[in-house]
Structure formats: C-alpha cells, structure tokens
Write a protein that binds this ligand. Structure first.
Ligand code: 5GP
Ligand code: ZN
Length: 115
C-alpha cells in the first residue's frame, strides 16, 4: 500500500468503487468518469506507478492482467464487437493517477488516432 495512492486505497477497500472483479493479484472497477458505455479500470494490487516502473519480476502479473481483461470483456459482452485496452503512461500519455492501470473501453466504436 502506497501512501496517498487513490488506487491502492480502492484495492484495499478504503475508498469505495463499483468492483467488478477481484483476485489475489488484480482488481477491476468502474471508472468514476466513464468515457464510453463500458469503462473499466484493471489495476494490480501491488503499487506500480506506471508501465516504466515494471520489472522482469512483474512478468506473470502483467500476463495475468491481460487474461483478466479478456475474461472481463467476455463477461461484459464486448467479445463480439470488440473493445480497446489503454495504458496511459506518464505525462505525454495522459496518465493522471500514478498507479498502473488498464482502461477497458467498449460499447461504442473507438476512434483512431486518439486525441
Ligand atoms: P489516467 O488518466 O491516469 O489514465 O486514468 C485515471 C482514471 O481514473 C480516469 O479515467 C479517472 O476517471 C479514474 N479515476 C480517478 N479517480 C477515481 C476514483 O476515485 N474512482 C474511480 N472509480 N475512478 C477514478
Ligand atoms: Zn498505488
């Protein structure tokens, strides 16, 4: 648990969130400010500030998160029409919460390129 990290607090249950998945390594919950009909955040329970702070020891965790995203996408009915997974990283990536997270966006067509 990282001091003053809002996503660590959500993972620990100290700040409420609409949880949709939890296991020993990751949690998933609805984004408080959704930008698509489906907007889920998947985070590791372990505090990792961003993708650049991941290490070889995180390999299994990172792979696990991808398979959890697949399961969530299936549960939320996104598997046929598709969806987008985004990892905003640091300033130019538009990252606002410094705890690694995957955005899972679906329920409408996602434009490309992003803004
Ligand atoms: P980022 O901009 O870092 O890629 O994404 C952070 C996301 O976290 C944003 O989409 C924002 O709406 C969401 N967010 C920020 N604070 C909270 C919160 O307290 N609860 C929930 N559920 N989502 C949050
Ligand atoms: Zn954290």
């Amino acid at each position: 648990m990282h001091q003053d990290c809002i996503f660590c607090k959500i993972a620990a249950g100290e700040i409420p969130a609409k949880m949709i998945y939890e296991d020993d390594q990751v949690v998933a919950f609805l984004d408080i400010n959704p930008v698509a009909p489906v907007h889920v955040l998947v985070i590791p329970k372990k505090h990792i500030a961003n993708l650049m702070d991941t290490q070889p020891e995180d390999l299994a965790l990172l792979g696990h998160a991808m398979l959890v995203i697949k399961q969530i996408a299936s549960q939320l009915g996104l598997s046929d029409d598709g969806f987008r997974v985004v990892v905003n990283t640091k300033h130019n990536g538009g990252q606002t919460v410094p705890h690694l997270h995957w955005h899972v966006l679906g329920g409408r067509f996602m434009n490309w390129p992003p803004g």
